[in-house]
Design a protein around this ligand. Structure first.
Ligand SMILES: *[C@@H]1O[C@H](CO)[C@@H](O)[C@H](O)[C@H]1NC(C)=O
Ligand SMILES: *[C@@H]1O[C@H](CO)[C@@H](O)[C@H](O)[C@H]1NC(C)=O
Ligand SMILES: *[C@@H]1O[C@H](CO)[C@@H](O)[C@H](O)[C@H]1NC(C)=O
Ligand SMILES: *[C@@H]1O[C@H](CO)[C@@H](O)[C@H](O)[C@H]1NC(C)=O
Ligand SMILES: *[C@@H]1O[C@H](CO)[C@@H](O)[C@H](O)[C@H]1NC(C)=O
Ligand SMILES: *[C@@H]1O[C@H](CO)[C@@H](O)[C@H](O)[C@H]1NC(C)=O
Length: 442
């Protein structure tokens, strides 16, 4: 009962927040001027549009499944074989009444902590922003179409809890396109939990398709000797073998779509913790050699080289489409995750096209070094979502990750993202690249 009320509230809030925005707009003089400007602009654009769609029809032969009724004349050419020219990561967040793509009440699988609205987050505006590339348009996410294209296929996400965040977003996006809810299930009946660090395999029975998640925060092999094992050096209890991929990778290799991420666990705030735990002191290892002094940057580059080498030698990229998603920024203000940092007052994204992050971050630099060395002919798609996500300080769970009550103000989560929310946009980009891949293979 209480749940139903919450759901109704949620719907009302969507309507309310829309009205609030409109009210704001009407009484704000600069916005009124902007409004007039927009009307003039849209008249001009109308003319351009009419010309453009005619030209598009004449010049290009768009595959059937790329033709959505509302997309005619939109800038979708980059999805075609000859069109490479759009940097989809260069753009801005725009308000869109048609968002979110699903309601949290319709996605019953996700781990409870991601479900901010059900957990009582009162403002729902954060769900209404769409990512708009500057030089092209993204196809609107169509879960039915994607499932149809994924028939008899395996989609695998491997990485850390933010990888799981994105995987759960994909689960919601796809599950909301399936009418028969019972036909989507975890193969062993496992529930998705925050602390769960294993494997989860969801089956979409009607499509014989699986959406799988493998916990592997470093992607390379984290070797944790059993507690009784003798070690020559008491401080070295476990090592990160930078030259070996996580053994679980044997399950990823034959996937049809593989989405990798690693970054969050390489940042100093995570790593120093693992290093400093005297009983579990973590060290890098290459071959037989324990590297007591290797820098984190160097170790990350080495691990990415190992990933690239694996792609090059072990993966049939004719079959497997590989994505690598870059580091997802965090938004702790006035502290860190363990020192009272917070983001609960953030209600709006950073708007406008100016970058908000002083890129390049070292993970990007080291990634590019590894990629250029081992796999210069990129046989994977980079989901470079760092900059676009840096503008979404409003998208985190903050204090709304507990079901029963708000978390203490001092214990906020400004790393993970509410669902529906920002990871849905990462998946819309993934969707666009997937369609492009399909189109260029025909
Ligand atoms: C289901 O998909 C798997 C690949 O993921 C394939 O091996 C199998 O043959 C498919 N089953 C049917 C009945 O098509
Ligand atoms: C499901 O259970 C079987 C049998 O215990 C096990 O072999 C398999 O790895 C499990 N699969 C997942 C995805 O947990
Ligand atoms: C490692 O670093 C420590 C302190 O920075 C130094 O004393 C030691 O000689 C270094 N060891 C090696 C093998 O470079
Ligand atoms: C992938 O496809 C290309 C072109 O069709 C072919 O030359 C190559 O041998 C294929 N590679 C594998 C591993 O099947
Ligand atoms: C990702 O994009 C940013 C610009 O937004 C760039 O500085 C960075 O090098 C890119 N990362 C990679 C790995 O290409
Ligand atoms: C990469 O592509 C270039 C031409 O585009 C080719 O000459 C080169 O051999 C390729 N390198 C690898 C490692 O496949």
């Amino acid at each position: 009962m209480a749940k139903n009320e919450r759901q109704e509230e949620e719907t009302t809030q969507f309507v309310d927040s829309g009205n609030n925005l409109k009210r704001l707009s009407l009484y704000d003089p600069p916005v009124a001027v902007l409004g007039i400007f927009l009307i003039i602009l849209s008249v001009i654009l109308c003319f351009i549009y009419l010309d453009y769609s005619e030209a598009l029809g004449a010049v290009y032969r768009v595959p059937n499944w790329l033709q959505f009724p509302n997309d005619m004349g939109r800038r979708l050419d980059f999805l075609k074989e000859e069109g490479n020219g759009c940097d989809v990561f260069d753009g801005e967040w725009v308000w869109d009444e048609d968002y979110p793509l699903y309601l949290s009440k319709d996605c019953t699988f996700i781990e409870q902590s991601f479900n901010c609205i059900q957990n009582g987050r009162p403002d729902v505006r954060f769900t209404k922003w769409r990512w708009q590339p500057r030089e092209c348009d993204l196809p609107r996410f169509d879960g039915k179409l994607l499932l149809e294209k994924l028939r008899n296929k395996r989609v695998v996400f491997a990485g850390d809890s933010l990888g799981r965040n994105q995987w759960e977003s994909m689960l919601c996006l796809l599950a909301s396109a399936v009418a028969e809810k019972d036909s989507v299930y975890e193969v062993n009946g496992s529930l998705i939990r925050k602390q769960r660090q294993g494997t989860l395999v969801f089956k979409f029975q009607g499509y014989n398709c699986t959406l799988e998640f493998y916990w592997s925060p470093y992607l390379v092999h984290l070797d944790q000797p059993s507690s009784g094992a003798p070690t020559s050096n008491k401080k070295v209890r476990s090592t990160l073998k930078l030259d070996l991929l996580d053994p679980i990778s044997r399950k990823w290799r034959d996937a049809d779509v593989l989405v990798l991420n690693s970054g969050h666990w390489w940042t100093s705030h995570m790593f120093e913790q693992l290093f400093s735990l005297t009983h579990r002191g973590l060290h890098f290892q290459v071959g037989q050699e324990v590297k007591m002094n290797m820098s984190m940057e160097e170790a990350y580059r080495k691990s990415m080289e190992t990933v690239m080498q694996w792609i090059k030698n072990e993966v049939n990229t004719n079959k497997t489409q590989i994505f690598f998603r870059t580091y997802e920024p965090r938004h702790f203000l006035f502290g860190e995750w363990n020192t009272g940092g917070r983001c609960n007052e953030e209600k709006l994204p950073e708007l406008g096209a100016a970058p908000v992050l002083s890129l390049p971050l070292w993970t990007h630099i080291q990634f590019e070094l590894a990629a250029n060395k081992i796999l210069p002919n990129r046989t994977y798609d980079l989901l470079n979502i760092t900059e676009m996500s840096a503008r979404r300080k409003d998208g985190h769970m903050s204090v709304y990750y507990l079901a029963s009550h708000r978390a203490p103000m001092k214990r906020q989560d400004c790393s993970h993202w509410c669902l529906p929310g920002v990871p849905d946009s990462w998946n819309e980009l993934l969707y666009a690249f997937f369609l492009k891949h399909q189109a260029t293979r025909l």
